[in-house]
Write a protein that binds this ligand. Structure first.
Ligand SMILES: Cc1cc2nc3c(=O)[nH]c(=O)nc-3n(C[C@H](O)[C@H](O)[C@H](O)COP(=O)(O)OP(=O)(O)OC[C@H]3O[C@@H](n4cnc5c(N)ncnc54)[C@H](O)[C@@H]3O)c2cc1C
Length: 438
């Protein structure tokens, strides 16, 4: 059933009441604009509630220490248009984020690796504070409104936003300016189904192929079931055509489908990117990252010499996780009938295979887990179509983008929310300047 009521008008509409939309709305209101928000959900920031394991890793202060803060921070971001994040981060970086939340009444604390959280360690507190800020400023939020289409005209009021409510009724909202903060494709249950890409597409924008970022990797490996649950501190390396693309150290976890853990999540956007291009992607793990290959060789050869009377399997006890031992033996060509093989009988070739496995155990990556499991979307609306440092569309004057909807994604550790805060602030500030004619 189609019911067109009188349209509701505001000077600025922000589509998406997630992290970027909330920042954009509060900032726009503080700069004197008549702003309102629309979201398909029945509450603000549904995704924010799930962040940082329910604690909300708001930002990361480890790049806020030096004088070149914005440059250091920009290295944490990825885009086809590599220089695009910096002018945004220069205007609103980590210090400004800490001050902004303090000003709203939300003190932050720093935990591991500079990761910052609300003092109460509750993601819900971030939303409660934003809710209070919206109420203090009388910013209306039109909930349960899914935006189906946006059209633009030369005539006042310029933007027409067609929405549908839960009952299937349609309503048109109008505005002079629009900030699109519809997020990407991750965690679709939180309201992000990629429909923002369609809306931007209807306005002429193009999409840089979105792939899951900060996500687990699936491997083609026959022994995953036996290895599932094994954790170790190691280095993971992504290789394409034999070249190391990126490496990360930390706790790596075998699962029954592949690998997980912070280094794997950090490496995943590169893997997803090259897989989407049809490249063969290899994930190599280093089980002894604090030793060079020569040091590993010296250590293992010494160990096998001293304990020459022990079986090879027993020589690895206490050296690697016990669950890894039978798999390493299989990888080195020691079959079940040879499990009694003694260290003193190891051939030079098999010793060399073990040493290589310790330093570069290679697996073929077949896929990433889906957007449902991912924390961010790599890819999105092409940022070459936005003006650097204002986030205004070059194609549709008066349209701004903020947050994950565009082709910018950050590393794990609070950097994606930081992008939402930075870009939300910059879009709203640039818009306010435009309205004021400065
Ligand atoms: C499980 C998980 C944990 C994470 N943890 C962290 C963390 O600790 N630190 C960190 O920095 N990042 C984290 N992230 C990433 C971070 O949450 C996102 O990058 C960030 O929320 C993006 O903000 P956004 O405002 O661009 O989009 P979102 O927060 O995704 O908000 C988009 C909003 O737009 C609305 N919307 C979309 N389409 C429409 C439409 N057609 N009509 C109406 N409304 C629409 C949605 O309902 C949603 O409310 C995590 C992500 C996940 C999934």
């Amino acid at each position: 059933m189609k019911v067109y009521q009188n349209s509701t008008h505001h000077q600025v509409f922000v589509i998406g009441a997630g992290a970027a939309g909330l920042m954009a709305s509060v900032t726009a209101r503080d700069l004197g604009l008549d702003v309102a928000m629309i979201d398909s959900n029945d509450r603000i920031g549904k995704k924010v509630l799930t962040t940082g394991n329910g604690r909300c890793n708001i930002t990361n202060e480890s790049t806020a220490m030096g004088t070149e803060e914005a440059v250091a921070l920009a290295r944490k971001y990825h885009s086809n248009n590599a220089g695009f994040p910096l002018p945004v981060l220069e205007q609103f970086g980590i210090r400004q984020t800490i001050d902004f939340f303090f000003m709203l009444g939300l003190p932050l604390i720093s935990l591991e690796d500079g990761r910052m959280y609300p003092m109460s360690l509750q993601a819900g507190a971030v939303l409660d504070i934003f809710q209070l800020a919206l109420e203090d400023r009388n910013v209306p939020v039109y909930f349960k409104n899914k935006v189906l289409d946006v059209t633009v005209s030369e005539e006042y009021p310029r933007f027409s936003i067609l929405c549908q409510n839960e009952a299937g009724e349609e309503h048109v909202y109008t505005s002079e300016y629009l900030i699109l903060c519809t997020g990407g494709l991750t965690a679709p249950k939180t309201g992000t189904d990629g429909s923002g890409y369609t809306l931007a597409g209807r306005l002429g924008h193009t999409l840089v192929n979105p792939v899951p970022g900060i996500v687990q990797l699936k491997l083609d490996y026959p022994h995953l079931k036996e290895l599932s649950g094994v954790k170790f501190d190691g280095t993971g390396r992504i290789l394409v055509n034999g070249e190391v693309i990126r490496s990360e150290f930390g706790e790596i976890l075998f699962t029954d489908y592949g690998l997980s853990g912070p280094p794997i999540l950090q490496l995943s956007r590169k893997a997803a990117f090259y897989l989407a291009q049809g490249e063969e992607v290899i994930l190599s793990v280093d089980l002894m990252p604090d030793r060079t290959e020569e040091e590993v060789a010296e250590f293992l050869n010494g160990h096998w010499r001293i304990f020459g009377h022990r079986t090879v399997a027993n020589s690895f006890i206490g050296v690697v996780n016990k669950k890894l031992i039978p798999i390493l033996l299989k990888e080195a060509g020691i079959g079940e009938s040879d499990t009694g093989l003694l260290c003193r009988d190891l051939t030079e070739e098999t010793k060399h295979t073990f040493i290589r496995l310790m330093k570069q155990w290679a697996f073929r990556v077949t896929d990433t887990n889906s957007f449902t499991n991912a924390q961010t979307t790599a890819g999105g609306i092409d940022t070459t179509e936005l003006t650097e440092g204002t986030l205004e569309s070059r194609l549709v004057p008066g349209l701004y983008l903020a947050g994950e909807v565009m082709d910018v994604d950050g590393d794990c550790g609070g950097y994606n929310l930081q992008w939402a805060w930075s870009s939300g602030y910059v879009a709203a500030t640039a818009l306010a300047k435009r309205v004021a004619g400065v």
